[in-house]
Design a protein around this ligand. Structure first.
Ligand SMILES: [Mn+2]
Length: 321
């Protein structure tokens, strides 16, 4: 663990920064990149915003969204590489083999499975989102936080806590939210933009997933196939947050959504309730995440993936471990 002061020293000393986050970027990933990057720009620094494609459209209301993935050909001219909200470099293709592209790297994250792979690492598993850590850094460094940056920060906190529903909704979350509002964040605007602009593709996929829902001994699961994508015209982004509807029954301990992403490849989203740590399950299958929300990818068919995961869970979590 590095001292936050060391990170401030680097942010103040150097002039150019390349920011990175993980594939399937969520609100916290994009919010972190935009908040830190925008503040650095206000300090006169050069910043590249690197977010793996496809960049989710629903965050297009955030100022700075248009700067994402611009001028990436100058990546190797940047002095410092900063990784945000990513437990490892394996979820950032451009860095997987090229972390040494930068003399100095900084890693800011709240995943308990984080590998502390950078020169400076600020990893806090108690942080409800990476954006609360960005807030802490910006305040500590005395860097500017305007209304747009406050909205970036709030977007990460709102989405990673499931609108202040999840187990990570601690005092730290509310204290940080309160500060973000002081800096000008607009919760009603951000919530409206994120939750009240659903696509038809999302609603159709949600209907399909709900119609296939199976519940056995507190384990709730459903699946979505490539054929469903074809028939509804939905895209990957349309299936986000379906898992958060699946988990809603009172008896749910573990919820899973199996999503066929290509032939013989299934992305599994997991949610834990009643204290069950689903990141353990995801890690067993080569993935990772948080206690209450995790994911993994299985190289197999939907049917076999379901069988493998459900059997493993039944064997290991029978008594609500
Ligand atoms: Mn996060």
């Amino acid at each position: 663990m590095s001292n936050i002061n060391d990170i401030c020293t680097v942010l103040k000393k150097y002039k150019s920064f390349a920011l990175f986050t993980h594939v399937n970027a969520d609100g916290d990933a994009i919010g972190s990149v935009l908040a830190l990057g925008s503040s650095l720009i206000l300090k006169g620094k050069k910043v590249l915003f690197n977010v793996p494609e496809p960049v989710p459209l629903k965050f297009d209301f955030l100022k700075g969204y248009g700067l994402i993935n611009k001028n990436l050909d100058t990546l190797n001219q940047m002095e410092v590489g900063i990784l945000l909200d990513a437990a490892g470099t394996n979820r950032i293709e451009v860095l997987e083999k090229n972390l040494e592209l930068f003399n100095i790297t900084i890693n800011i994250d709240h995943h308990i499975s984080n590998g502390h792979f950078a020169t400076y690492n600020l990893v806090d598993g108690n942080a409800p989102s990476t954006t609360v850590l960005i807030l802490r850094i910006l305040e500590k460094c005395g860097f500017p936080i305007d209304e747009d940056i406050a909205n970036d920060l709030f977007t990460g906190l709102l989405t990673d806590t499931g609108s202040f529903h999840y187990v990570n909704t601690n005092k730290f979350a509310f204290n940080s939210a309160s500060k973000m509002l002081d800096y000008g964040a607009k919760p009603d605007f951000v919530s409206d933009m994120i939750f009240e602009r659903e696509t038809v593709g999302h609603l159709k996929m949600l209907g399909i997933a709900l119609s296939r829902l199976i519940i056995e001994n507190g384990i709730v699961y459903s699946f979505i196939t490539l054929k469903d994508f074809e028939e509804t015209g939905a895209v990957g982004e349309d299936t986000e947050r379906i898992i958060d509807v699946l988990r809603r029954t009172g008896e749910t301990k573990i919820a899973l959504l199996f999503k066929e992403t290509r032939k013989s490849e299934v992305r599994v989203s997991l949610r834990g309730k009643k204290g069950i740590n689903v990141s353990e399950i995801a890690e067993h299958f080569g993935g990772g995440g948080h206690r209450a929300a995790a994911g993994c990818t299985i190289k197999s068919t939907v049917e076999k993936s379901i069988k493998r995961l459900i059997e493993y869970i039944k064997e290991n979590y029978e008594n609500g471990k």
